[in-house]
Design a protein around this ligand. Structure first.
Ligand SMILES: [Fe+2]
Ligand SMILES: [Fe+2]
Length: 259
């Protein structure tokens, strides 16, 4: 089976790109499941009930998030949608679930797990221990497991890949908004990619208009960032997974311009 997974959708330009590109992607990539990180999809920060439904209606099957998940006051309602998950290693009391099992149209069960890193990020529970705790329970239901590890440090993301090698189908990073070119299958069959990149405007700084962000770096003053609109791309990966063993056969980079 094939799974398409894409990096952080930024604002309306990112959401519109998903909507516009899905028919073409379905046709070209022939994927069975579409996973998207949408932590920046509502106005660039966070998620809302309406934007999540918009993405699900556009053809996304499972939505993962990250450090911006609770930025909008209505995030809890968005996380009530079963297909929308938040990092597993947040405190138990935080709204939402950290993993979900979904079924493809062909009846194949896929577990999607969302984790968040601790290096150069706010303190949270250990992501390694958090997934270790739930893996046996997931494996009772399916061997096909895809992990979105939302983290800043390359080393932490690659370490997670090796930690889970042979036990999950794929470990893909998000959060930096820059797609890396280290897509590979590890020794025991886990597909790995340090970062899936961004689905948003590239004439930008991580999806935001250049001037306010640049001004912040030049002056140190806080600025109101705006979502950039020019030169929109969708980036991510297409992963081929053996349905019986759960091992990955290939992981290819996906990079599509809206125009
Ligand atoms: Fe992000
Ligand atoms: Fe993030």
């Amino acid at each position: 089976m094939k799974i398409l997974i894409i990096g952080d959708i930024v604002g309306r330009p990112g959401r519109n790109a998903v909507k516009a590109l899905v028919p073409k992607l379905r046709d070209e990539l022939k994927y069975d499941l579409f996973i998207a990180n949408a932590e920046n999809s509502a106005g660039g920060k966070g998620i809302t009930f309406d934007t999540m439904n918009e993405l699900l209606d556009s053809g996304v099957d499972v939505i993962t998030t990250g450090d911006h998940v609770y930025q909008q006051s209505c995030a809890a309602a968005a996380l009530d949608i079963p297909q929308v998950i938040r990092p597993l290693n947040y405190p138990d009391a935080a709204p939402g679930a950290g993993w979900q099992i979904v079924e493809t149209d062909n009846g194949i069960k896929v577990a999607v797990v969302n984790l968040i890193g601790r290096v150069f990020m706010k303190p949270v529970d250990c992501p390694f221990k958090a997934i270790e705790k739930i893996l046996a329970e997931i494996h009772q239901q399916t061997k096909i497991v895809v992990v979105d590890f939302h983290a800043e440090a390359t080393s932490e993301k690659i370490a997670m890949g090796w930690f889970l090698d042979g036990r999950v189908s794929a470990v893909c990073g998000t959060h930096t908004h820059v797609q890396t070119a280290d897509n590979r299958i590890l020794a025991n069959g886990t597909a790995c990619l340090t970062d899936l990149g961004m689905t948003g405007a590239r004439n930008s700084i991580l999806g935001c208009e250049v001037a306010p962000v640049l001004n912040h770096f030049l002056t140190g003053m806080p600025n109101r960032y705006k979502i950039a609109k020019e030169n929109v791309w969708l980036t991510g990966a297409l992963i081929d997974i053996d349905e019986i063993t759960g091992k990955a056969g290939s992981i290819e980079l996906v990079k599509k311009n809206l125009n």
